[in-house]
Unconditional design. Structure first.
Length: 594
């Protein structure tokens, strides 16, 4: 249990931030549980607790048969703890500063007391908080509390609040003192009031509330005015028997453990709830981040359409054949270069070729710088945009709702498994880069391949056939003129060439039009890739928050499984009884006992 509970700084259930307010109490409960086991066969410890002037010290003296504790007229009478212990009994946990210790030889006490350790405590209801704290510390180290009350303190809220912290893990006995001052009826009425209070405020079952009307002062003088002081003594003696004492301790320890499990269970449930909210917030934030990135990327792709169309045409021209493809290739060189080359070629062919080659080179460089510029424009911050860019804005949008949810629960963002904004922004930017690269390369290839599947059979023949027919016709005319004469005039060839270039131009334009669909496809592909990657990244991020506080949560679950094995339902006392019985059995089975 100690290992699973761990430490607030290290791992273990205590590292759950939702358990932070309960840390001290959990450590106290753990200590209580451990004490029950450590002192398993030490004499039972009985603490006398109650309001100032209730008669605690008088009762201790009556039980011990000696003037051990100071009985006082001036209140509060006892500031310190008085311990009345048999010789040799361990006193660990009881020796707070200022505590007074009286040892007695078992069996020799004048009050007929034997075997147990009695502890007189300061007042519960003193204005000095330190009194109640001392009493609480003393009761933490005891097994049984005898709650001593006078008429005025029976219904005191401070007392009930104090006892509520111990009710489940301490055996309680109630003594209504000053019985010598009331008649039988008021005594019974007071006892009834105590029973009701114990059930309502402390959650005890009716049969768990032993109440005795006594007069401590009379008992001091050896008189039992109600006949119930003897019964109280008997109850305490019965508790003092070794077997009962052990059962009381085990029951108390089991109750402490259950209380501990209850707190841990609540803390774990709260942690799960908070983390659930963080995950919900993150899912929501990621959705708006995705919408933002998609919208922005779609816009950028539209702006980069020219660049993408260029890439598509280049690839398509590479696949095509015949004059139409040639025209497409030529048109990629840029009209300026081709025009200049044609003009110069009329004067000198080598000069024309040189101009064409120069134009091609210039064009290649320009297309490269244009690609770089397009990349810069798509991926970088847009014109007039802050330099943090869309990725950072999206990261902020994704993280805002889960961070709010975590902060509302006092959970630091990193403990909730949320990355810093810069890290997420970096990852989102990488996704954008990847989607753009996909657009430039894979998507263009795929779109052109799809275009080529139909264009090769439909479009290219449609464009190339008239050209080939023209070529055939011209050839036929040339052959016939050569054989039969007269020879064809130069104007004929100029005309045929002009017609061929018109046909090729129309074909090239048709091909370009048909490629508009391919460009759209590239954009859609790139957008789909972006969405897909963003979704995958969102999943990974959600999975990461799912594993937040993994160690402490696991330890808390293991602790709960240890304390409440599956199916162990039923009432508190029943469970305590079962646990004690189980331990007795386990002890009996093991040779040598403990
Ligand atoms: N009449 C009467 N007086 C009592 C009784 N018990 C205690 N006293 C007196 O009440 C005063 C306070 O008692 P004390 O034991 O010091 O109370 P404590 O503050 O609870 O320790 C003392 O003067 C006692 O003599 C009782 O049963 N009957
Ligand atoms: Mg006292």
């Amino acid at each position: 249990v100690r290992a699973l509970l761990g430490t607030p700084e290290g791992s273990g259930a205590l590292a759950l931030p939702t358990l932070a307010p309960a840390r001290e109490e959990l450590l106290r409960l753990l200590e209580d549980y451990a004490r029950g086991h450590r002192l398993a066969d030490a004499p039972l410890r009985v603490a006398l607790v109650g309001a100032t002037g209730a008669g605690k010290s008088t009762l201790l003296n009556a039980l011990a048969g000696a003037s051990l504790a100071q009985e006082g007229e001036a209140r509060p009478t006892s500031r310190e703890v008085t311990v009345y212990a048999p010789e040799g009994a361990p006193l660990e946990g009881l020796l707070a500063p200022g505590a007074r210790v009286e040892r007695y030889r078992p069996g020799a006490a004048a009050g007929g007391w034997s075997g147990q350790t009695l502890v007189d405590t300061p007042d519960l209801n003193s204005v000095e908080r330190v009194h109640a704290e001392r009493t609480a510390r003393a009761l933490e180290a005891c097994d049984v509390a005898v709650v001593v009350m006078h008429r005025g303190s029976v219904a005191e809220a401070v007392q009930a609040d104090f006892l509520a912290g111990f009710a489940s893990r301490r055996r309680l006995l109630f003594a209504v003192n000053y019985a010598d001052e009331y008649g039988r009826e008021s005594r019974e009425a007071l006892k009834e009031q105590v029973r009701r209070l114990a059930q309502e405020r402390l959650g005890l079952a009716a049969e768990e509330v032993p109440v005795f009307a006594i007069s401590a002062r009379e008992a001091r003088a050896g008189r039992d005015v109600t006949g119930e002081f003897g019964a109280l003594l008997l109850s305490l003696r019965a508790l003092g028997g070794a077997a009962v004492a052990e059962r009381v301790r085990q029951g108390n320890a089991a109750a402490a453990l259950r209380a501990l499990a209850e707190r841990v269970g609540a803390g774990l449930a709260e942690a799960e709830r908070v983390l659930g909210q963080v995950r919900g917030g993150l899912a929501e934030g990621l959705q708006s981040a995705r919408a933002l990135l998609r919208e922005e990327f779609e816009g950028q792709l539209l702006l980069a359409s020219g660049e993408l169309a260029q890439a598509v045409r280049k690839q398509a021209a590479g696949r095509g054949w015949g004059p139409a493809a040639l025209w497409m290739r030529l048109s990629l060189l840029g009209a300026g270069g081709v025009g200049a080359a044609t003009l110069v070629a009329r004067a000198s062919l080598p000069a024309g070729l040189a101009v064409a080659a120069g134009a091609t080179l210039v064009d290649a460089v320009r297309s490269r710088t244009r690609a770089a510029a397009a990349r810069e424009r798509v991926l970088g911050p847009g014109p007039g945009e802050a330099p943090d860019g869309v990725a950072e804005r999206a990261a902020r949008a994704a993280l805002a709702p889960p961070r709010t949810a975590a902060a509302a629960a006092g959970l630091p963002a990193e403990q909730a498994g949320l990355p810093p904004v810069e890290a997420l922004a970096g990852a989102l930017q990488r996704v954008r880069e990847e989607a753009w690269e996909h657009a430039e390369r894979g998507a263009v290839g795929a779109a052109v391949a799809a275009w080529w599947r139909w264009a090769r059979w439909v479009l290219l023949p449609l464009i190339n056939l008239p050209l080939l027919a023209l070529l055939g016709h011209v050839s036929w005319r040339v052959v016939r003129a050569y054989v039969e004469g007269p020879l064809l005039p130069g104007a004929y060839f100029y005309n045929a060439a002009a017609l061929a270039s018109v046909l090729a131009m129309v074909g090239g334009t048709l091909a370009s039009w048909s490629l508009a669909g391919a460009v759209r496809r590239v954009r859609a592909e790139a957008l789909a890739r972006l969405t897909e990657r963003l979704e995958a990244q969102g999943e990974a991020l959600l999975a990461e928050t799912g594993g937040a506080l993994g160690g402490p949560r696991e330890d808390a679950r293991a602790l709960l499984a240890l304390v409440r094995p599956p199916g162990a339902e039923g009432s508190r006392r029943e469970a305590a009884g079962r646990e004690a019985a189980g331990r007795e059995r386990a002890g009996a089975e093991r040779p040598g006992g403990a």
